[in-house]
Ligand binder design. Structure first.
Ligand code: CTP
Ligand code: CA
Length: 222
């Protein structure tokens, strides 16, 4: 992998990466979200930039500094993230969806703070758009990479997502293991594509990111 960076494996390529969680507003002071730290997406951005790519991160709310030579587009909700991705798409060769996008958002957003009332309330949610599937289905030719966070049947479910969403590659992540994934320093993933797969050993997120970028460069121009 070291060679890939010295030779600028992604020189001249334009990479767009989604990272972090999304926040789905309930009212002016409350939201639904998740524990994604954004670390994996930012590590991927650093690795892509190091490989010579012009790199943009479309980022949900995180507590991370912008990596050097990476432009960060901050967004809040899933729908904001989709809009920013659609805007970035005409100038994108490789799209990597690393964000933990909220699958659902509140059906109604109250304009005033919701007041405490009954002992039991039921929240109506509606499905958010699938950003990576929309990018893969767009007319613009782009190498599309997804992530699959799973707690069981990790490889089977990941392969299902690869096919269903029309992706070129997917990175499978076992989030049932507390030491890796979502909000930790390390990760251990399997990279899958239509006719192959490779397991990357457990390592710090920057090492794993470099491995993923190397696999993308390989599949892009074998
Ligand atoms: N993803 C996305 N937009 C969404 C939901 C997910 O772009 N609204 C992307 C994620 O960034 C990731 C991939 O889709 O690259 C898979 O996300 P994941 O949550 O594992 O899969 P889902 O399709 O949402 O299915 P489920 O949560 O039921 O496993
Ligand atoms: Ca999901």
């Amino acid at each position: 992998a070291a060679d890939m960076f010295e030779t600028g494996a992604l020189q001249g390529k334009r990479v767009v990466i989604t990272a972090g969680p999304t926040r789905e507003a309930l009212d002016p002071v409350r939201y639904i979200s998740n524990h994604s730290s954004g670390k994996m997406g930012y590590a991927l951005a650093e690795a892509a930039a190091a490989a010579g790519a012009q790199t943009t991160v479309i980022s949900g709310p995180v507590n991370l500094p912008a990596p050097e030579r990476v432009s960060v587009v901050p967004v809040t909700s899933a729908r904001d993230m989709l809009e920013a991705c659609e805007q970035a798409l005409p100038e994108c060769d490789i799209f990597i969806a690393c964000a933990a996008v909220a699958d659902y958002r509140p059906a109604d957003v109250q304009t005033q703070k919701i007041k405490k009332g009954p002992d039991e309330v039921h929240l109506a949610l509606v499905k958010n758009p699938d950003i990576v599937a929309a990018v893969a289905a767009s007319d613009h030719p782009v190498f599309t990479v997804g992530f699959a966070a799973e707690t069981q049947q990790v490889i089977e479910y990941a392969r299902g997502k690869l096919e269903r969403k029309g992706l070129d590659m997917i990175v499978a992540n076992d989030v049932s293991d507390q030491g890796i994934g979502f909000n930790s320093e390390e990760n251990e993933v399997t990279v899958l594509w239509a006719d192959g797969e490779i397991a990357l050993p457990r390592a710090g997120k920057s090492t794993v990111a470099a491995g993923i970028i190397a696999q993308i460069a390989l599949r892009l121009s074998p």
